[in-house]
Structures are given as C-alpha cells and as structure tokens.
Design a protein around this ligand. Structure first.
Ligand code: GRF
Length: 214
C-alpha cells in the first residue's frame, strides 16, 4: 500500500480531511509521516492525536533551500513514502525536488487554476468579480501553483462574501476534493500524458453550477 507524506505549515484541516478519509476507508493509502515547516503548527497536534509519525523540518535550520529540500526528501524516503501531498505547506520547493518527485508530488490550491495562483487568491477572486471559484488538486511542477490538474471543484462567490467567508466555503470543497483526488492517484487511475491528466473514471456530466442561480 502506498504511503503518503503530508507536508503542512499551519492549521492542517486538509491533513485532518485525509486522516478522516483514511479512517472511513476512503483513502487507498496510509499516511506514513506528517512534516511541518513550522514548530507548533496546529496540524502537528492532529497528527499526534491520530497516532501518526510527525516531524518538524524548519527552513531556518538549513543553510540553503537545497539542504532544506534534501532533508524533506530524506524524511519522506525514510518513512517509505511514494507520494507527497502538500496541504497548506508554505515553502516553495526547489526545481530539483519537484523533478525528483515528478508526478508523485501533489498540491491543493484554493482557486480554479490556472486562474489566481499564489497567495491571497480569495482577495483577488473577489476583486476580479468572477462568480465561480473553487479549488484545484494538481501535480507540482517547479513554477508556482503550476502542473497537471488532477481534479477541480467549483464554488459560487456569493453577494456579501468577504475573504473569510469565501475561504471557508472553498475549504469545505477542499476537504472533499483532496481525498477524492488522491484516492484516484493511489488507485492508479491518473495518468499524465503530455502535461495533461487523463483520469480513468466514469464520466458523470452532472448539473452545471450557475451563479447567480436562474
Ligand atoms: C488551504 O486553503 C490550502 O488550499 C492552501 O492553504 C490552506 C491550508 O489550510 N494551500 P489547512 O492548513 O489545510 O487547514
């Protein structure tokens, strides 16, 4: 069974969603190690409570980004992990790391990439006036928030939304999407062909999300 390394920097609510999905039998992999880039990140307590191996790897303790990334690589390898999931990990990884873990390194971003990459995306979403935003799970490439898209969920922007209310609504979608997308990867149903993902899953057109509702 594939082991996951989950990299966090803060609250760890997406980590919790993965822990919960695993407990429900909805994640075809086990969490081998949780790595935090910050001492005292609340997500570490979630790891502790779930009985997961966890480590702090603080960039301040390393002379270079390469040394920092080498330690991340060590920790993931020593725990026998075959897939790394970034879940609110606030450090930019070196191109060498992204290449070494190519198609085995996954991120979740709280917007519909390639629109609104980077930080403070909810503020920029609100400023832009788009009526639908969402979240994206993607394989990581060296450029920021770039890489083949595995899955996306759409979330309406509502009148009166501020950054907080929008972030909260998108987060609910993240917690559903991340385990689902990772499960597809873990089940071997995701192939990267020419920097696009082909998913071996039934096509379910579903309803369109219209906002504002007609
Ligand atoms: C999430 O919105 C995630 O998409 C972004 O950072 C946030 C992390 O939240 N990359 P949490 O630490 O998982 O609660």
């Amino acid at each position: 069974m594939t082991r996951l390394a989950v990299f966090i920097s803060g609250r760890g609510s997406n980590l919790q969603a993965l822990i919960d999905a695993r407990a429900r039998g909805e994640l075809a992999g086990e969490i081998g190690v949780v790595v935090s880039s910050r001492t005292g990140a609340p997500g570490l307590e979630r790891a502790q409570e779930a009985g997961l191996r966890h480590r702090v790897v603080d960039a301040a303790d390393y002379a270079s980004r390469e040394d920092f990334d080498a330690e991340l690589d060590n920790v993931a390898n020593q725990a026998g992990c075959g897939l790394i999931c970034l879940a609110g990990f606030m450090r930019i990884l070196t191109p060498g790391f992204a290449d070494a873990w190519r198609n085995r390194l996954v991120n979740i971003h709280p917007a519909l990439l390639p629109a609104f990459p980077g930080t403070a995306c909810h503020r920029r979403v609100l400023e832009s006036g788009v009526m639908i935003t969402g979240c994206t799970v993607h394989f990581v490439r060296p450029a920021l928030d770039a890489g083949p898209i595995i899955a996306q969920a759409a979330v309406p922007v509502l009148p009166g939304d501020d950054e907080r209310s929008l972030a909260d609504r998108v987060l609910v979608a993240e917690h559903r999407l991340y385990p689902m997308a990772l499960n597809l990867v873990l089940q071997g149903r995701v192939r990267v062909i020419g920097e696009r993902v082909v998913v071996d899953a039934p096509v379910r057109p579903g309803d369109m999300l219209v906002n504002p509702a007609p």
